[in-house]
Design a protein around this ligand. Structure first.
Ligand code: KG4
Ligand code: ZN
Length: 342
């Protein structure tokens, strides 16, 4: 196949990702995660993540090249996540990408982490539907975006005003005694529970809250409601019905997310919704999104779970689009920007 050979580096959180693509074809997606080192703290520790990136960077680059069956000098362009994310973690990736670009004499492309969560879908489903509404839900972000051009035209429609969706899953998992990261465990537990057993609150979905925050999310009230419910149960001495709590909580999150994503598409006259981020792996979210979108004649695209979580392939995918669309490379003094806007 043709297209430029692009190497992408991702270090915005706890995964060291190096991906290699040619055009829309994925050749390698090497990921080293420090998630186990963070597990005992119940969340990602920035300093631990930065050190882990530094240790993993060169071996992960080597592994990606081996898998892709290429030599580093064949790379046409180097792309890297320049933000948003953890400052120290981003710096490791940005420094490595600059060194590569400088050493190889090839262009450097700093990319936005959120836009690359969108671009990754082209590796699985081909050319991106533009315009589309993108819903990115992970442990670090929960955003609704209007994407008219993934390389230049990504407009935020809304975001969480407190916890990210994945963060809510992780905190509720902890309350239920499930391991970190909790999302997959809550998903699994929910399968044997009832989603209507407990009526948990849906934040920012009615009245003035909805008017003011039509496409924003709030999950901290939900998390508190789950905590209160579980505490009351424990006080009464009755066992906590883990599966029912998990299913009812998961339903509340997925209800709000899918309602707002479909509403955003309808109001903007857009026919495609793209879902990304770790929470996109949630089984109920996928089903409910399909169901509600189909009712409005809207299509839903979700990359496979391995491409939804943070990885280097997504950065390479966006880099490849930047090259293909003739966008200008970044300067070699590209900064890491922890709060980079889309
Ligand atoms: O994108 P990601 O790997 O990293 C960032 O946070 O940027 O997302 C990880 C998040 C965690 O909060 C994890 O609990 C959540 O995604 N997650 C899930 C599922 N799989 C992962 N949440 C709900 N259901 C899942 N099946
Ligand atoms: Zn992410």
């Amino acid at each position: 196949t043709d297209g430029p050979l692009v190497l992408g580096i991702e270090t915005s959180c706890d995964e060291t990702g190096v991906g290699i693509v040619r055009g829309h074809t994925l050749l390698a997606d090497a990921v080293a995660s420090s998630v186990e080192e963070h597990a005992r703290f119940g969340g990602v520790v920035p300093e631990v993540a930065s050190r882990a990136h530094l240790e993993a960077m060169v071996p992960t680059i080597e592994r990606a090249c081996e898998t892709a069956g290429i030599k580093l000098y064949e790379v046409d362009a180097v792309a890297v996540t320049s933000g948003p994310g953890l400052a120290g973690a981003l710096l490791v990736g940005v420094a490595a990408a600059k060194a590569l670009a400088l050493g190889l004499g090839k262009p450097l492309y700093g990319v936005n982490h959120l836009a690359s969560h969108v671009a990754v879908d082209q590796l699985e489903h081909g050319p991106l539907p533009e315009p589309c509404v993108a819903m990115l839900v992970s442990g670090g972000h929960s955003s609704l975006l209007k994407v008219s051009d993934v390389t230049t035209g990504v407009e935020p429609l809304g975001a969480t005003i407190d916890d990210a969706a994945g963060e809510a899953f992780d905190k509720v998992a902890r309350l239920l005694g499930l391991p970190f990261p909790g999302g997959p465990h809550v998903d699994r537990a929910a399968r044997s529970g009832s989603s209507v057993a407990i009526d948990f609150p849906r934040g920012l979905t009615s009245g003035r809250d909805l008017e003011r925050h039509r496409f924003d999310f709030s999950f901290s009230g939900l998390k508190t409601a789950v905590a209160r419910w579980v505490e009351a149960r424990e006080r009464s001495g009755e066992p906590v019905p883990v599966a029912d709590v998990a299913a009812s909580f998961q339903e509340a999150v997925c209800d709000v997310l899918t309602r707002k994503a479909v509403d955003a598409a309808v109001r903007h006259g857009i026919d495609d919704i793209l879902i990304g981020g770790g929470v996109a792996a949630n089984s109920r979210l996928r089903v409910l999104a399909e169901e509600r979108a189909a009712a409005k004649g809207i299509r839903v695209r979700v990359p496979r779970p391995g491409l939804c979580t943070d990885n280097g392939a997504m950065v390479a995918a966006l880099g490849s689009e930047l090259v293909a669309r003739g966008r200008r490379p970044s300067a070699l003094d590209l900064p890491a920007d922890s709060s980079l806007p889309v």
